[in-house]
Design a protein around this ligand. Structure first.
Ligand code: NAD
Length: 295
């Protein structure tokens, strides 16, 4: 297929390269010359005007930092230069209002919009093993699924437009909350004299276990390899976790949902990100748990 790809950063670069590997003709645009050059080296046609990544394309993928970037690119370029019938896939993690607004704009032009945010970090983007949570009509999903499958290991239809973003921010609020809870629990276990490897062996097979413990343990040397074993470098930056938790709290406020655990976890991540000059992985919050909790 002829696919336009806008936003070739940490995630988009690997995703666009995987579309090329799957045999698509990918026309790529980014504001960054460096990102564009990397996409060119990966086999994309790198273009200097965003419209070139939209005009005449059968599908257009965006992977941009936040809602304001996506709204600007859709309002000024994708909607203007795209044609009826074009499949438009936004894979960025953004707020629900922007997700539904851009879908409305695209639907009004008889395009086929899906929101398709991802779970999985840079390694999964490079390796083509992302999980996509997709919001959109049955018809749009049916057309989006094979393209997304070329970049991921799982593609799940969450519901109508916006449902993919809703699933993503609910998932990440839960992830941030379980990680904060796992970190404070390991700190407590240490202070009351438990050996942490022994506690991991027990709790990872008992009712306290979660993905934050068993797949991404914040304590080095006790579980499978995780960023904790690498000085909390790589992985999923705490600042991105904070962004996602704030999107979830905004959504909660908009529907007057009570999310006290999510709110507390957001406060902890906010304090951690402010104090963390190194841009550590989100499990690195364990290193600051005592100081930020007391603040
Ligand atoms: P990034 O900052 O590395 O890449 C974003 C790219 O978009 C940059 O190359 C930037 O130059 C480009 N860009 C910004 N504005 C643009 C515009 N108007 N036109 C064209 N290009 C523009 O970010 P990332 O880590 O690749 O994340 C992208 C999205 O994926 C975010 O919404 C993020 O929350 C989400 N996400 C990231 C991860 C992760 O581990 N990095 C994991 C899951 C989801």
């Amino acid at each position: 297929m002829k696919i336009g790809f806008i936003g070739l950063g940490n995630m988009g670069g690997g995703m666009a390269a995987n579309l090329v590997k799957a045999g698509h003709k990918v026309t790529a645009f980014d504001l960054s010359g460096e990102a564009l050059a990397r996409a060119g080296a990966a086999g994309c046609e790198a273009v200097s005007e965003v419209e070139q990544a939209v005009l005449g394309q059968e599908a257009v993928v965006t992977m941009l930092p936040a809602g304001k970037h996506v709204r600007q690119v859709y309002a000024n370029h994708v909607i203007m230069a795209g044609s009826p019938g074009t499949l438009v896939l936004d894979c960025s993690t953004i707020d629900l209002n922007t997700a539904t607004d851009i879908a409305d704009m695209a639907n009004a032009k008889k395009m086929l919009p899906v929101d398709a945010p991802v779970s999985g970090g840079i390694a999964a983007a490079n390796g083509g093993t992302l999980t996509f949570m997709v919001g959109g009509s049955e018809e749009a999903f049916k057309r989006a699924e094979p393209i997304l499958s070329d970049m991921g290991k799982a593609v799940i239809h969450a519901g109508g437009n916006g449902a993919g973003q809703a699933a993503k921010i609910c998932n990440n609020m839960l992830l941030g909350s379980t990680m904060a809870a796992t970190c404070e629990t390991f700190k407590l276990a240490e202070k009351i004299g438990l050996d942490l490897k022994t506690f991991y062996d027990i709790s990872s097979q008992a009712s306290g276990q979660s993905w934050s413990m068993t797949s991404y343990c914040p304590v080095p040397g006790v579980g499978p390899q995780s960023p904790a074993d690498n000085g909390y470098e790589g992985g999923f930056a705490a600042a991105l976790m904070l962004k996602d938790m704030r999107l979830a709290l905004d959504a909660a406020r908009s529907v007057k949902a009570e999310v006290p655990m999510g709110e507390r976890a957001e406060q902890l991540y906010s304090a951690f990100v402010e104090a963390d000059s190194q841009g550590l992985d989100f499990s690195g919050i364990i290193t600051a748990m005592d100081s930020i909790s007391a603040a």
